[in-house]
Structure formats: structure tokens, C-alpha cells
Design a protein around this ligand. Structure first.
Ligand SMILES: Cc1cc2nc3c(=O)[nH]c(=O)nc-3n(C[C@H](O)[C@H](O)[C@H](O)COP(=O)(O)OP(=O)(O)OC[C@H]3O[C@@H](n4cnc5c(N)ncnc54)[C@H](O)[C@@H]3O)c2cc1C
Length: 401
């Protein structure tokens, strides 16, 4: 298979690099580097979104009339690769990459003309109300109810693990409107303003002490029926379509390669206990090499998928394999980073008492975010479809078992 890029693609790459060199400020780059949670901080992501919007590059996959770029799949891949190399913050995908495709396909003309421009400008900030206590992998068992009353639905129930609900002014929600048939039937997709009376957001603090996820409670919340996307009771089809965009994506190898470079550089600076650097320890070096080989294999799989997409194909269920592979590499890498920094990986307070310092960060700068990244990285094999669920898909659809 030919993996070279055409001269036109290389020219496009140069244009992207020039843009990034000009527009990605040191502050934004530093903020992106210090991000340890799944999503960048809202302020950072929105600043970068505004810069991309001015250039017309914020939503490459949207139809051109709404602000898309009309790029080929290869151009989108190159853009993603160059952003990863430059260290840009990630955009928050909840509105731009997850809800927007749903509105393009299932939204009414009014919903499209109202929500899409506001999502793009950053006036609206969305969160996702799918999971509930007891309904995650088995999402169709969800119980949050919406009962019709005049022109409204009255919503009662709770959603959990809602990322950035503390910042969001809108939530897209799956609610149960009928429970007499199969669990997948009787689900409806609603768009809800977060300032409606009866909505409460409670923080959930993660193992890394971050506030990224929340539990959202709905207590007799009135939502106009015009906020429904798609027909009543047929929200499962809409929900699954959105998940294709949540799980798809690809391009993980570019970010993994950057992290591998970071690991090598840290290993060169950390002692191995015997007077040499950790990078010279054959056992540790071999583990880095193995990860590099797996990352190269992932990159070529991504490029093969790209070639298929350019020929009009779709990512297919193999995206489950790609997700599990990239998550496994990422989590192993985070483990090696933590091993490499040795006792600098202890929680901040312990480090201070160990070193007898007060207040100041008592370790080299390169160690500062590694423990938090390691802890937050555990979530990657859970969200967007847990590891075992992806394996089930591969077993059924790819292997035909
Ligand atoms: C950081 C983070 C952010 C999130 N953000 C959001 C958000 O913004 N909005 C939202 O709606 N949700 C969000 N989620 C929730 C996420 O989608 C769910 O956690 C996920 O779907 C798993 O569901 P669960 O937590 O209920 O675990 P469960 O489904 O209870 O799974 C528990 C374990 O059982 C295994 N398991 C489950 N079913 C099977 C099976 N059939 N076969 C084999 N093993 C199985 C799983 O793999 C897992 O190991 C987020 C989660 C995390 C961790």
C-alpha cells in the first residue's frame, strides 16, 4: 500500500504548519501541555476555537454552508496530525463533533438555524446526558422519564458522569417516554437549557482531584416539545448515530508519538539507580521500543483506514479495535512515565513533606502533571464504550463469533 502523501497534500501541510506557528500562542501551548483531564479547560478550548473560527477551520467536517472546510479526509488527517505535533488544545467535541452531525441529519430547520451558529460561536456550551446510575454500557435501560403535559414534557430523573455540566448552558438528553415495549423503544432525544427550574448539578471529584464530571438531577423540569430531536419514542436511532461520532475520530497515533518522545526525554534525565540514566537501562528501553512499534502499527492502521475512507468506505467496526489499541498504548505509556519519574510521582503533599519543602513544587517541571495524567487516563478504557464492550463488538461483527 502506498502511504506517501501527494504534493498537494504536502503543500496543505505547509499551510497548516505556518498557521499553527503564527496562531498557537505560547500560553495556549502551555495550557494544552498542562491539561491532565479528558477535555481541555473550557476557557482554553474556547480561545482556540475562536482562533480556528476566524481562519474558517473550526469545523472541517461540517457542510460548507454552515462553516465547514470541504477538506478531503486526508487533509483532515494532516490537520489533526499537525495540531498534535504543535501541541494545540483539543476542542470540546460535545457540541461541535457530536451533537452537530445529529442536528444536520435529524434536526428541524429551526433547530439547525438556532443551535448550530451559537455552538460555533461559543455562545452555547453543551454537555451530554446519556449515562445514568445503573445505565452505562447497558444504556437502553435508562430511566429518566419525560411525561407530556400540554406543549411540554415534564422531566424527572438523573444523569451521571456528565462531563463539564458545571460549565454547560445546554444538555442533550436521552429520556424515557414509553416503557411498555423493548428497552430501545420508548426513548426520546431532548435538548434542554440548563437554567430551567428543577435542574441541579452536583460535582463528582475524580481520583486525581479534578472536577470534570458531575451528576445532574431533573426535578419536574418543563421542556417544550419543540426541543425534541427526531420523533418521540425513536430517540435510540438518534442516540446511536451520535455515538458513531463519539467513538470515531482516529488520529490517536500522532498524540501518542509526542508522548513517547516525552517519555524518552524524561528517561534520559532520570537516573536508573546505578549511576546511568534510565534510558540506558536495557529493560526499560525495550519497553519503550515495544510501545513505539505498537504505535507505528496503529499509525499504519489509521492510514489504511484513511485510504479506505478516501475510496468512499466507512471506518466500520474496526474502529473498536483501534480504540482499544490506542487506549492500551496510552495507558501503558502513562504507567511507564509514572515509573520513570519514580518518587516524584507521589502526591504533591507527600512530596513536600518528603523533601522538607513548603509550598513550592518540589520536583522537576517535567514530573508535574504525570501522576494526574496517569490517574485520569484510567477513564479512557471506560468512556466512549468500555474496553469489554468494544471487545464484544469485535467478537460479533469482525470475527463473526
Ligand atoms: C471520565 C468520564 C467521562 C464521562 N462523560 C460522560 C458524559 O459526558 N456523558 C455521559 O452520558 N456519560 C459519560 N460517561 C459515562 C460512560 O459513558 C460510562 O461510564 C460507560 O458507558 C460505562 O458505563 P458504567 O460506568 O455504567 O459502567 P458499567 O456499564 O456498569 O460497566 C462496568 C464494567 O462492566 C463491564 N461490562 C459492562 N457490560 C458488559 C458486557 N456486556 N460484557 C462484558 N463486560 C461488560 C464494563 O466493561 C466495565 O468494566 C463518562 C465516563 C467517564 C469515566
Amino acid at each position: 500500500m502506498d502511504f506517501t502523501f501527494s504534493p498537494a497534500d504536502e503543500e496543505f501541510r505547509r499551510e497548516v504548519r505556518e498557521f499553527l506557528a503564527r496562531e498557537l500562542t505560547p500560553d495556549l501551548r502551555r495550557a494544552a501541555r498542562r491539561t491532565t483531564t479528558v477535555f481541555a479547560d473550557k476557557d482554553v478550548a474556547m480561545q482556540w476555537q475562536a482562533i480556528l473560527l476566524r481562519k474558517g477551520w473550526a469545523v472541517p467536517s461540517w457542510p460548507v454552508e454552515y462553516g465547514g472546510t470541504n477538506w478531503t479526509t486526508t487533509q483532515k488527517y494532516i490537520f489533526g496530525e499537525e495540531c498534535a505535533k504543535a501541541g494545540t488544545p483539543g476542542l470540546i467535541p460535545l457540541g461541535l463533533r457530536m451533537l452537530a452531525p445529529v442536528l444536520f441529519r435529524y434536526g428541524t430547520p429551526q433547530q439547525k438555524s438556532y443551535y448550530l451558529p451559537r455552538m460555533l460561536s461559543g455562545e452555547h456550551y453543551w454537555c451530554q446526558g446519556y449515562s445514568e446510575p445503573g445505565s452505562g454500557s447497558d444504556l437502553s435501560s435508562l430511566k429518566t422519564r419525560a411525561v407530556k403535559d400540554g406543549d411540554d414534557y415534564v422531566v424527572n430523573g438523573t444523569k451521571i458522569w456528565t462531563t463539564h455540566a458545571q460549565f454547560a448552558d445546554h444538555i442533550f438528553c436521552l429520556v424515557r417516554t414509553d416503557d411498555t415495549g423493548k428497552p430501545q423503544a420508548g426513548i426520546t432525544f431532548l435538548l434542554i437549557e440548563m437554567n430551567r427550574p428543577g435542574i441541579t448539578v452536583k460535582p463528582i471529584i475524580t481520583i486525581a482531584a479534578d472536577h470534570e464530571v458531575n451528576q445532574v438531577f431533573f426535578d419536574n423540569v418543563r421542556v417544550p416539545q419543540s426541543n425534541r430531536v427526531g420523533p418521540e419514542d425513536e430517540g435510540w436511532t438518534v442516540a446511536k448515530y451520535l455515538l458513531e461520532f463519539e467513538r470515531g475520530g482516529g488520529g490517536a497515533s500522532a498524540r501518542l508519538k509526542i508522548a513517547l518522545g516525552e517519555l524518552r526525554s524524561i528517561a534520559q534525565r532520570q537516573p536508573d539507580g546505578g549511576g546511568a540514566s534510565l534510558a540506558e537501562d536495557p529493560g526499560f528501553a525495550a519497553r519503550i521500543d515495544q510501545l513505539e512499534i505498537r504505535t507505528m502499527a496503529l499509525e499504519f492502521t489509521e492510514r489504511a483506514t484513511l485510504a479506505r475512507l478516501e475510496r468512499g468506505g466507512s471506518p466500520g467496526p474496526e474502529s473498536s479495535l483501534a480504540k482499544n489499541t490506542s487506549v492500551d498504548i496510552g495507558q501503558t505509556l502513562e504507567t511507564l512515565l509514572l515509573e520513570a519519574i519514580d518518587y516524584y510521582g507521589l502526591p504533591h503533599a507527600n512530596l513536600i513533606s518528603l523533601n522538607g519543602h513548603t509550598g513550592e513544587w518540589p520536583a522537576p517541571d517535567y514530573a508535574e502533571t504525570i501522576t494526574a495524567r496517569y490517574l485520569n487516563g484510567r477513564a479512557a478504557s471506560i468512556f466512549g464504550g468500555a474496553r469489554e464492550v468494544q471487545k464484544n463488538i469485535v467478537a460479533k461483527v469482525v470475527l463473526g463469533l
